[in-house]
Design a protein around this ligand. Sequence first.
Ligand code: ATP
Ligand code: MG
Length: 371
Amino acid sequence: MTNKIRVAVVFGGRSGEHEVSVVSAKNIIETMDKEKYDVIQIGITKDGKWLSGQNTVEAFKNGNYNGLTEVFPNIESGSNELLVLSEGNYKKEKVDIFFPALHGPYGEDGTIQGLFEMANVPYTGCGVLASSVSMDKLTTKAVWEQAGLPVVPYIGTTKLEWNNNKEGVIKKTEDKLDYPIFVKPANMGSSVGISKAKNRDELEKAIDLACQFDHRILIEKGLKIRELECAVLGNEEPKIARVGEVLVGGEFYDYNDKYVNGKSSTQVPANIPESLEKEVQQIAIKAYKILDCSGLSRVDLFYDESAKALYLNEINTLPGFTSISMYPKMWQESGIPYKELIDKIIEFGFERHKKKNEKKISFDDAGDWFK
Ligand SMILES: Nc1ncnc2c1ncn2[C@@H]1O[C@H](COP(=O)(O)OP(=O)(O)OP(=O)(O)O)[C@@H](O)[C@H]1O
Ligand SMILES: [Mg+2]
């Protein structure tokens, strides 16, 4: 046995961002300091099977799972173990920390974080609350709005309301918002199901489309904006990197732009005045804290240059970690190279776990409060 830290990197998963997650994991695993860490690669298939082996990332890239073994985290509290299936039985392997490199539902939304909480095992990144709230664009906006943070004017609806009362939804939308209007499923990522509507006809089509992806729908004022991104890192006293900008090629930063046609480019640091950068950073830190984020998140903002107005757009609690991703790039430009960034994310995972366990008081002690 070595005294290296045993890190289980978990990737793939049941979301539409399965492939992006495999690429993120590949980069994370390749970069991790092997003097410090023993890496356990765990891939989750699209139908939810947890598989592990020497070269799980490669197997997931090729879609050939032969030779991989089924594994499960042992949910016995504090056991810090992985159960590895072997000839109908299972053996136990030690895990010090889980590193989810998953994107989207069942990875970024608090579900897997809940599993790690049940097992009381350290894991990197945000906890259950921050993850689940951040996954839902409507709830995130409601929390930010309540905290006095700037968000783009919006209304929310549901598939049920839309199916029952289309006219009502159109009316409440047009009463509050001018065209163009953006319609988004509340719970997707990578711009899936999002469209821009320039008139009532397009609005109806946009809502129909969004309803195919989620029952909660966000309808939002379309603005002419610059897109700024912030990398936040840490637990209770988070730090923030230099702000980056996405220079969008097409009409908006859609799936094609992000992953297919390569028309968009990024610039770090963004070409904005220092005072604006400071303001952006302050808003992003507040947005992070109010959601009780920990470890890391990427906060995305819009800047309406003509109105000189900033708006929070969304937060990604498990941002992309590919070699071209903004999150590591922003830290790179701010003096934290990729390898060190991974060290810090792991350290923050341990720190959060330790603090959480320190805070626990026994049921008997809690009883005193009621006397
Ligand atoms: N209100 C708006 N006004 C103008 N453009 C918008 C607006 N909302 C979204 N967009 C455009 O659509 C893109 C995708 O929107 P958004 O970031 O909300 O979706 P997403 O699917 O969550 O993306 P991500 O992959 O970043 O999670 C934005 O990057 C921007 O280009
Ligand atoms: Mg986005």
